[in-house]
Design a protein around this ligand. Structure first.
Ligand SMILES: Nc1ncnc2c1ncn2[C@@H]1O[C@H](COP(=O)(O)OP(=O)(O)O)[C@@H](O)[C@H]1O
Ligand SMILES: [Mg+2]
Length: 428
């Protein structure tokens, strides 16, 4: 079998890496992160991973509804306030975001155009009858990265499969271009901002903005119009939110992407409130929800604690953080919940059913790592882009996908955290 033929695998791995370099599947190195002289390939799987076609189509089909949902939540001040009330009492990060949100509401929003670039992430839960069901891990309202790389990885796997003598499978690798769709969103927003020139891009750290940025009388931010927020400096974040710039995400959309909001959305009747006349849409979205449980200081939260302590391996405990490496599993759940279960500190977390995908054997190609076969788990991301002007949704699209795969030894972590690698679905 191809998977176990070590000479052939070695050859294919070399071919794959060359192709990645050719296609621009690149990243800077750990040793010289600021050098433009020395780069390496971004880590990826040697082979694409099988994904059932029906599930893949299901994930794409529901994306525009999730875009709409995020956007509706971002405009519902009362909902956000209620959903996050217990969290902001104990979680400083969310509390600071919320404070900026309150401040902006008081002053009045200065920009009526909203740009949303989302990525909804899923894993395939293995059911007892052998089929798998699509379960949402989270929606990211700050995750435009990998749109570029995932637009380039299909060519790499197409080439590897051709060289491996599998032309038929090679043709089944889907083209993917989220970068173009995300850029269309940006361009639309830029047009509505009223600018006719080409879009100049400037990359700045929050600290640099703090040193050199200021708002003029029209609340223009040194003539840049778009700000993609990734790191936090609270003064800068407030200045950006006050500005006329079209923020991506703006502060309320950022809050709509928190894990606490995700948990509240899974409660009975909440989706219905946002989509009162669309039971089919509600059904489609809810079908992707895993069990999510509140840890608020009330009876329901007590039940959640008891349930988690009784069977910790069935769950994931999540704080309000992004970027991988923060979730808590198994015996750690017992330890952490044991410490916080009697205090309001527990409301900084939510509990979620653990999704169990079927492991798939593959090779993970990464700089300096040995070429060994691993049991792997994949996570499918679907990109969405939307633009709203006042009341009017001007654009709402599903713009592509991203498959990331990691060794099943790792419970947590993405590509940026050095755990997962880039992959492509092979529809089966
Ligand atoms: N319910 C779950 N079941 C199994 N694995 C999960 C679950 N939730 C998260 N994970 C794993 O943990 C990683 C990080 O969790 P996620 O909710 O996406 O937080 P982050 O904001 O850090 O990306 C995911 O990429 C996934 O690999
Ligand atoms: Mg994630």
């Amino acid at each position: 079998m191809l998977m176990m033929n070590s000479t052939l695998i070695k050859e294919l791995a070399d071919v794959a890496k060359d192709e990645a370099l050719l296609q621009g599947v690149l990243m800077r190195t750990k040793e010289t992160p600021n050098s433009s002289e020395l780069v390496t390939y971004a880590p990826f799987t040697l082979f694409p991973s099988p994904v059932p076609k029906s599930v893949f189509i299901q994930a794409l089909a529901v994306q525009t509804h999730f875009n709409t949902m995020v956007d509706k939540i971002s405009q519902d001040t009362e909902f956000l306030q209620k959903a996050l009330a217990s969290t902001i009492e104990v979680d400083d990060f969310t509390a600071r975001l919320f404070k900026i949100h309150q401040q902006i509401l008081k002053e009045g929003r200065s920009q009526s155009v909203v740009l949303g670039l989302n990525r909804s992430d899923y894993m395939l839960d293995q059911r007892e009858d052998g089929t798998s069901s699509l379960k949402q891990i989270e929606i990211n309202t700050i995750a435009a990265s990998f749109g570029g790389l995932s637009s380039r990885t299909p060519q790499v796997h197409k080439h590897v499969l051709k060289v491996a003598g599998r032309p038929e499978e090679s043709q089944r690798i889907l083209d993917n271009n989220p970068a173009a769709g995300l850029a269309r969103g940006l361009a639309k927003a830029w047009e509505l901002y009223g600018s006719e020139r080409n879009i100049p891009t400037v990359r700045k750290r929050f600290d640099d903005v703090l040193e050199t940025g200021s708002l003029d009388l029209d609340k223009r931010l040194f003539n840049t119009f778009f700000v993609i927020c990734e790191l936090q400096s609270w003064d800068v974040r407030l200045m950006m939110e006050r500005s006329l710039a079209i923020k991506c995400p703006d502060i309320s959309t950022h809050l709509a992407g928190t894990k606490k909001v995700q948990q509240v959305l899974a409660r009975p009747g909440v989706l219905e409130k946002f989509f009162p006349d669309q039971p089919e849409v509600v059904k489609q979205m809810r079908a992707t929800f895993a069990g999510l449980y509140s840890l608020d200081m009330e009876h329901e939260g007590d039940e959640t604690v008891a349930m988690a302590l009784a069977e910790p391996d069935r769950f994931v405990l999540k704080p309000q953080r992004e970027g991988g490496g923060n979730n808590i599993y198994g015996s750690e759940i017992t330890r952490v919940l044991g410490e916080v279960k009697e205090s309001t500190e527990r409301t900084a977390y939510i509990l979620m059913d653990k999704i169990n995908p079927t492991p798939i054997r593959n090779y993970l190609l990464r700089e300096d790592a040995p070429l060994t076969i691993s049991n792997c788990l994949s996570e499918l991301g679907v990109f969405g882009a939307y633009v709203r002007q006042g009341e009017h949704m001007v654009m709402n699209e599903c713009v592509g996908h991203l498959l990331r795969t990691k060794s099943s030894e790792h419970a947590d972590g993405g590509v940026a955290a050095g755990v997962a690698v880039l992959d492509n679905p092979l529809l089966v």
